[in-house]
Design a protein around this ligand. Structure first.
Ligand code: GTR
Length: 406
């Protein structure tokens, strides 16, 4: 189905989830009965998701980092650490990631480590805040998002709300997606060509751009983990839209990530492929073939043959906390089918002894997000279209407050 003149399509209704591929059953039909079985089933699902949807990423490379620290930015509220992440196994001309880490000044002064929100940005690190301390990278000059040349400083400040995140006692870390892959559709761009012929899967299952971005997020976790200022167990990954798909994939496939918060991630993210009357497999692989393994496009028109769906990806997060956020008017991302995926994944949290869904979902707007109301798995909506703002970030942080100690 396609969008109307406003870019919207009518909301879809929720459907029963009993026709989804079972999570607690192996491919050979044997049951998954306990946490040990789930470890094996998790590996099976992970392989299937790579094989049929996102493609096989390379094994994690060794990273090499150099960091520069600037205290007292954002009117004194934050310390900036800019970290260049390079890959020892790749040649000198290969891409590097410039990770900008913003830390609350009071925590830095007190030598106190903080939980960190890690997000993939589109327009450059310098667009996330309006402060001259943040470097405008070569990547940002070349790929400014919707702008010609580099985006304005602070162009995405109302989107990321970094000062607000800092004021709530969290760190914020981000890198520009074009550092890893500019999403041009040209397979010669970005980091992927450096791994040609070296990926673990058969031909046709090579990693797409979403898997490459997820890999980039995981390399940032490599770099953040050893930082004294960061609570290693409390790195939350967040992303909007295509970056929400990548954030979910990164969090699902990397158990070091302490909390996963995909925002309006839609098809290829939290929304189920089955019975999705918004963006179908054919729509998304037609528009963005580069995002996925080549195998995925073959399921256009026969999505019921996929051995996985988005609830399978969500379930890989269990028992860690997963907070899915959606815009009630963001029809194209199909909030109804994202909620169905959350519901369908819940038995895995329960099998692992974690509380799944707390109160009835979805939570809306100013609904309280406390340990009384939420479990480890939540779906939350605000009355918006396709956007990120302080209201959503507050909800993510409320949820993180419930699950993190820091
Ligand atoms: C849309 C696409 C969505 C979403 C979005 C975005 O055009 O259909 O799946 O990823 O782009 O990332 O902005």
């Amino acid at each position: 189905m396609s969008r109307d003149a406003d870019g919207l399509a009518p909301p879809s209704r929720c459907r029963p989830t009993d026709e989804l591929p079972p999570l607690l059953e192996f491919r050979d039909g044997s049951p998954v009965e306990n946490p040990a079985d789930w470890r094996e089933r998790r590996e099976e699902l992970r392989r299937l998701l790579r094989h049929y949807v996102y493609g096989y990423a390379p094994d994690p490379p060794e990273i090499e980092t150099t960091s520069e620290r600037t205290p007292k930015i954002l009117d004194g509220a934050a310390t900036l650490v800019e970290t260049e992440i390079a890959f020892a196994e790749l040649p000198d001309d290969a891409p590097t990631i410039t990770l900008a880490v913003f830390l609350p000044s009071d925590a830095v002064a007190a030598d106190r480590s903080v939980p960190v929100l890690l997000g993939l940005n589109w327009r450059g690190n310098h667009a996330a805040v309006d402060d001259p301390a943040v470097r405008i990278t070569d990547t940002a000059r070349e790929h400014g998002g919707r702008d010609e040349g580099a985006a304005e400083r602070g162009a995405a400040a109302d989107y990321w709300c970094v000062e607000h995140v800092i004021a709530r006692g969290y760190g914020f870390a981000t890198f520009q997606l074009a550092d890893v892959d500019p999403d041009s559709g040209d397979p010669a761009d970005g980091v992927r060509p450096y791994y040609d012929g070296e990926l673990p899967g058969p031909p046709g299952t090579e990693w797409g751009v979403l898997a490459a971005w997820a890999w980039g997020l995981q390399r940032c976790v490599d770099a953040l983990g050893p930082m004294d200022a960061v609570r290693t167990e409390e790195i939350a990954v967040l992303g909007h839209s295509r970056c929400g798909k990548a954030a979910l994939l990164a969090g699902a496939t990397d158990e070091r990530i302490g909390l996963v918060a995909p925002h309006q991630s839609g098809t290829g993210g939290m929304a189920l492929d089955r019975d999705n009357d918004q963006e179908g497999v054919g729509d998304i692989t037609g528009m963005f073939p580069q995002w996925f393994a080549d195998t995925y496009a073959a399921f256009d028109g026969q999505v019921d043959r996929l051995p996985v769906d988005s609830h399978s990806l969500a379930a890989l997060v269990a028992p860690r906390p997963l907070f899915d956020t959606a815009g009630a008017r963001d029809y194209w991302t199909n909030p109804g089918r994202a909620l169905d995926a959350v519901r369908a994944a819940e038995p895995v949290w329960e099998l692992l002894g974690a509380e799944g869904i707390g109160d009835d979902l979805p939570l809306y707007g100013d609904d309280a997000i406390t340990d009384e109301t939420v479990g480890s798995l939540c779906h939350y909506r605000r009355e918006t279209g396709h956007s990120l703002n302080e209201g959503y970030l507050d909800a993510v942080l409320d949820f993180a407050d419930v699950h993190f100690d820091g």
